[in-house]
Ligand binder design. Structure first.
Ligand code: PAF
Length: 281
């Protein structure tokens, strides 16, 4: 696996690959890799001959007081995992390499970045869009792969590609889960043993909301009941039942639905979602 730290060196390598007719797939990460990330790598490998993984903890998507300084750094094991997947190149840029002209961004995500997670982390998605746009500029991939756990992020990146008319395809992979249902996340490392035992309750409640809607119970009641149950263990930031295509309110005819939520407990913030299809509407 090649390792590149500068845009210039990575570009030289990528240009030679493109000259040889190879397609390129990018998996952007912030490190702290787990099986969820590896599923993105597998997807990338199925799409293109050359797979690039970036590890960059992007300062502009963290607000003051968030976990930028403490974000898990598991670099040695990340590298071994990527080698074991035969990743072609690892891109490890510095902040100066990514933001040579400073961190002011010219791309604003708009309304979809202000709801759900964006209501609690107001500058977060502008920072995500800024860094992802920059990675697309540097790597010029044919494909980029993201996880569905960060569902709002995924839709925002899809709309970035559309708004800027970029010539690449966004692909996604379903959330990978621990045996007890907890969505894999780098931040699960922050959980105490007791909180780790409690955490799978989050996903169980989201599945119960889905099951309740599928048997045509009232959506408002299902949501209210879920918030009540979650609140017994966690602080609920939000729990919404929305149209999975655009995160707007569902209508009687909406088929693809997402139950999407963020909770906090013991100083850790977790997000998760369940997407499903209503057949008989
Ligand atoms: O999902 C993440 O890990 C990050 O938000 C991303 C897409 C790598 C941008 O920093």
């Amino acid at each position: 696996m090649h390792t590149y730290k500068t845009q210039k060196d990575l570009e030289l390598y990528l240009d030679s690959m493109r000259e040889n007719g190879k397609n390129i797939a990018l998996v952007p990460t912030m490190g702290g890799l787990h099986d969820g990330h590896l599923s993105l790598v597998d997807k990338a490998k199925s799409l293109a001959e050359i797979v690039i993984v970036s590890i960059f903890v992007n300062p502009t998507q963290f607000a003051r007081g968030e976990d930028f300084d403490d974000y898990p750094n598991t670099f040695e094991s990340d590298k071994l995992l990527l080698q074991s997947k035969n990743v072609d190149a690892l891109f490890l840029p510095s902040k100066e390499e990514i933001y040579p002209h400073g961190t002011l961004s010219d791309y604003k995500v708009g309304a979809i970045g202000q709801i759900l997670c964006g209501a609690f982390r107001p500058s977060h998605f502008d920072g995500v869009a800024q860094v992802v746009k920059r990675f697309f500029e540097i790597v010029k991939p044919n494909y980029a792969v993201f996880g569905e756990k960060d569902f709002q992020q995924l839709l925002i990146i899809q709309s970035l590609v559309k708004n800027l008319n970029l010539n690449l395809k966004i692909e996604s992979m379903p959330t990978q889960r621990e045996k007890d249902g907890l969505a894999m996340s780098t931040r699960n490392q922050y959980l105490s043993d007791l909180d780790r035992e409690r955490a799978p309750h989050f996903y169980r409640v989201l599945c119960d909301v889905r099951d309740s809607i599928l048997i045509e119970n009232s959506l408002t009641d299902a949501k209210k009941d879920a918030i009540k149950r979650l609140s017994q263990n966690f602080e609920v930031e939000y729990l919404e039942v929305l149209d999975a295509n655009n995160l707007t309110q569902i209508e009687t005819k909406t088929k693809e639905i997402i139950i999407i939520s963020a909770i906090r407990f013991g100083g850790t913030r977790l997000i998760d979602n369940v997407v499903f299809r209503r057949m008989n509407v």
